[in-house]
Design a protein around this ligand. Structure first.
Ligand SMILES: Nc1ncnc2c1ncn2[C@@H]1O[C@H](COP(=O)(O)OP(=O)(O)OP(=O)(O)O)[C@@H](O)[C@H]1O
Ligand SMILES: [Mg+2]
Length: 280
């Protein structure tokens, strides 16, 4: 079955820099898909292409059976919401007003702001824990508060597909888990989520479908985290020697980096050898 969101033969590039060639990706409907991979491998670039924020050089992204570039932008925004890796709020805007902008795709010419819009915005702020910040200026928030405000804005958009680029950056551990649990709830309610995460252990806990990207914008492995995450894969993709054990809480893969000591022999692949040779 063809999923609602997929891409074929993508070449992704900025001016002279090519990030990925011949990249295909399928986001299983109703999945909590997590994308992991080293810095600069192209995760954000892929997410931007999936959300129509970046036009592929070749190939196409398909949404609900049609090439995504054939939709009007408001139509894309009703189906799919993107939380970019970094966003800049208009100066002087309050939290409540910023979150309310998530309703834009739902507004019609004559019926501007409805009681339903108000209720959706309030609920989005409640779920992300920023309701009490409603009258504050976005400029004056902490990094973690601001991150949750952006998330609230995407939730207020009420799309059944959500693309979240590092939704947990800037958040303390408790707020990270809160946001991931919120994502899990949205997933349980039948929405399709795609999130870029850097914490492999969190990725393995929450993902129903994991996509591991390598430098060069290719896919090293994808599938159920329990089936694909091994020490060899982590060493190969991240150059990190580690052990993979079962998470004592969830039994999903738990990545434990090996301790960094020059006198310890290499155990898992070439990355260890090269690190030791480099005097690491
Ligand atoms: N606007 C841009 N113009 C030119 N090059 C860019 C632009 N944005 C990203 N790149 C380059 O494209 C490559 C992929 O970047 P991308 O942001 O997709 O990586 P990423 O996997 O999301 O990394 P990170 O984990 O650090 O967020 C990098 O080499 C980056 O320098
Ligand atoms: Mg990124």
């Amino acid at each position: 079955m063809t999923p609602r969101l997929h891409a074929e033969n993508l070449t992704l590039a900025y001016d002279q820099r090519t990030v990925a060639t011949d990249l295909g990706v399928r986001i299983p409907d109703g999945s909590f898909t997590v994308i992991v991979g080293p810095n600069a491998c192209g995760k954000s670039t892929l997410l931007k292409a999936l959300a129509r924020m970046l036009k592929p050089r070749t190939g196409a992204v398909y949404l609900d059976g049609a090439v995504i570039s054939t939709y009007r932008s408001r139509e894309v925004a009703r189906r799919l919401g993107l939380l970019p890796q970094s966003s800049i709020a208009p100066t002087g805007i309050t939290v409540g007003d910023l979150v309310a902008r998530g309703r834009y795709p739902h507004q019609r010419l004559l019926r501007q702001w409805s009681r339903e819009d108000e209720a959706v915005v309030t609920e989005a702020m409640r779920r992300t824990g920023v309701l009490e910040l409603s009258d504050r200026l976005v400029d004056e928030l902490s990094g973690g508060q601001r991150q949750r405000v952006w998330l609230a804005m995407v939730l207020a958009q009420q799309t059944s597909i959500l693309l979240l680029d590092e939704p947990t950056t800037f958040l303390d551990i408790a707020h990270q888990i809160e946001v991931l649990d919120l994502c899990a709830d949205l997933h349980d309610q039948g929405n399709t989520l795609v999130a870029v995460l850097h914490d492999l252990n969190q990725a393995c806990r929450y993902a129903s479908h994991l996509i591991v990207m390598r430098p060069g914008g290719t896919i090293a492995a994808e599938g159920d985290p329990g089936a694909i995450v091994t020490a060899e894969l982590v060493a190969d993709v991240f150059g990190l020697p580690c052990r993979v054990i079962a998470d004592p809480e969830t039994a999903t893969p738990l990545i434990v980096p090996l301790r960094r000591r020059a006198d310890q022999p290499a155990t898992v692949g070439a990355a260890v050898v090269s690190r030791a040779a480099a005097g690491g």
